[in-house]
Design a protein around this ligand. Sequence first.
Ligand code: SAM
Ligand code: SF4
Ligand code: SF4
Length: 352
Amino acid sequence: MSLTSDNHRAAASDSTPLDRFGRGLRDLRISLTDRCNFRCGYCMPRHLFGASHAFLPRRELLSFEEIERLAGLFARLGVRKLRLTGGEPLLRRDLPVLVKRLAGLPGIEDISLTTNGALLDTAYARALAGAGLRRITVSLDALDDDLFRQINDVGFPVATVLAAIDHAAQAGLTPVKVNVVLRKGVNESQILPLAEYFRGTGVVLRFIEYMDVGGAADWQRPAVVTADQIIERIGQRWPLEPLPASQPGETARRFRYADGQGEVGVIASVSQPFCGGCTRARLSAIGELYTCLFASRGMDLREPLRAGASDDALLALISGRWVSRDDRYSELRGRVRRGDDAQPVNMSYIGG
Ligand code: SAM
Ligand code: SF4
Ligand code: SF4
């Protein structure tokens, strides 16, 4: 492991199960739907998610009651932060109702949401904030309208997403973060325009290295624009100074603009993996527990849940899975070959 397990044992001092590398269970990403109104080529490419693709029927998805119950159990095992994602989470009807239920769970300190922003108008942002959502991350891979329309592959205009970022900030879902996935030859040209646009606004831009997750069928290492390359490019234009991690297990390397115009981050999941600090579990839209973004199989929690399992039985299942966890895919990337039957599930399904 690149980080010492001792750090994480210390961070996980109140009762949380520890996995085989001493990592506690602190964060839960909940996928609310496998559907999306975009077709980003690195996540839900049209050739895999075309008109004939069978999305999950409604009855398969966990209900709000089921999500609340499971999230409450995860909180009892040490989870403090929830992130709602998908697919596109804003497609899930009555989302503020779920947020309110989750915000009331003992132990949960932070609820955030990752969205493409397409549906985030003022009223929706206010309703989410009022229900207890703390922060929002909006994904935006280009400032150039033509390029953005090509990347989302449904011709969606960039102006609406920029407005969504404003709505989120005005609703107090701050600091708003903006995620940019960079692909060589596709949107590297957008690094400086995006940095310039968001500098000094309070919005935190975060560049993510392109990862070989399930939907990224054409992923190749040369397509990755590395965190160092990104920081160098921005730093040449506006000098940057590194910032310390603000919390244990933080995925982003953070920098501040030396002229005081805010901060920018990079998530170096490929070039500098951070599995040593990974305290994240994922719950798929149909209630499977995944202990790694790159896992090919999850553990079904919905079946026992719907069969009437007690809280203790479910806690034992979750905890038992966590203590046997030895995932560190990003650290092993390239060193181990995945078998054909071990392809990771799609990110839109497992929850990005
Ligand atoms: N639809 C929402 C959105 O786009 O923000 C939430 C789900 S999306 C799967 C969550 C995040 O995963 C997005 O920021 C997206 O850019 C990122 N993502 C998807 N595929 C990726 C890949 N192959 N490499 C890196 N990040 C990826
Ligand atoms: Fe949809 Fe988000 Fe995937 Fe793009 S990255 S296809 S917006 S789930
Ligand atoms: Fe966590 Fe798996 Fe990503 Fe490593 S590869 S940081 S274990 S999700």
